[in-house]
Design a protein around this ligand. Structure first.
Ligand code: SF4
Length: 286
């Protein structure tokens, strides 16, 4: 039987209890809003309106590559502008200093774009062309937030870019061979799954005899990983939580991340693709 653990969150901290969960009064009328929704901090700024595209942010990987390229270009151009502005002062220190800094900036730009091109080729060919620490277990994790921030500057809601980034991450993680026994794997799920989704996940966990942990907060997910020491993890979360989790954990152990759909808004009644979930579990099992 799968081992089902719950996070130690029987008394949730105050910062987990979001304001839309409270009744409030307006002009003598008692307005009761969403008493059973507890927002994760990633959704603090949610305005209560339905999410774009019914909370389904599945998209192509292009947004990740586009916004990462724009972000790298912005960093290089800003650095070059800074060197240009400081050049007279730098030249007083040493004649060769501005030129050396321009060359360093150009070299880093070249390395950055070669790296992004190799990630693109790895993605397109399903092959792990770079060592893990230069790809999904290292450098790629550092660019996930860069891409979503640049996307937001262009008016693209971060969930779309995060979804694209996770798709790239998963493709690269999938390209590596890594097999573990069932008792060495951990399935991490959030507290916001719908009943149908939860039953589907538990059915998969039972069939493959894999331990499952319901993580009410990212901190508890990391704690579960520290304590259980799995050799592979299949994690389920919304795009925002997934990017945070991958950033914290994927450098240390193999993780495949399945994003969810949020038809009723964040942190409640989430659904997922159970066939993809099962494929992720099977991918890591011997
Ligand atoms: S995984 Fe679920 S509970 Fe956690 S922040 Fe995302 S939508 Fe909210």
């Amino acid at each position: 039987m799968p081992n089902i653990a719950d996070s130690p969150a029987s008394t949730p901290p105050a910062d987990e209890i979001a304001s839309p969960a409270s009744p409030s009064r307006h002009g003598g009328l008692l307005v009761k809003i969403e008493t059973d929704r507890r927002l994760g901090h990633e959704w603090d700024e949610w305005n209560g309106q339905p999410l774009a595209n019914g909370g389904d942010f599945r998209t192509t990987a292009g947004k990740f590559f586009l916004f990462t390229a724009v972000g790298l270009t912005a960093i290089v151009v800003t650095s070059a502008a800074g060197i240009f502005l400081l050049a007279p002062r730098l030249a007083q220190l040493a004649d060769w200093l501005p030129r050396a800094l321009y060359l360093t900036d150009a070299g880093l730009a070249l390395a950055g774009f070669i790296w992004l091109a190799l990630i693109g080729v790895s993605y397109a060919t399903n092959r792990a062309l770079l060592p893990g620490r230069f790809a999904e277990r290292g450098l790629l994790l550092k660019t996930l937030r860069l891409a979503s921030r640049v996307g937001e500057m262009f008016g693209v809601q971060r969930d779309w870019t995060d979804n694209a980034a996770i798709a790239v991450y998963n493709r690269l993680a999938w390209a590596r061979e890594w097999r573990v026994r069932a008792n060495e794997m951990l399935i991490l799920i959030p507290r916001c799954l719908s009943r149908t989704a939860l039953e589907g996940v538990m059915d998969i966990a039972k069939r493959y005899d894999v331990a499952t942990f319901v993580a009410t907060r990212g901190a508890y997910a990391r704690q579960a990983i520290r304590e259980r020491r799995p050799k592979a993890v299949v994690a389920v979360a919304c795009e925002r939580d997934m990017v945070s989790g991958l950033h914290d954990v994927a450098g240390r152990l193999p993780v495949l991340g399945l994003t969810m759909q949020l038809p009723n808004g964040p942190c409640k009644d989430a659904s997922l693709d159970l066939a993809e979930m099962e494929a992720f579990v099977r991918k890591y099992l011997r």
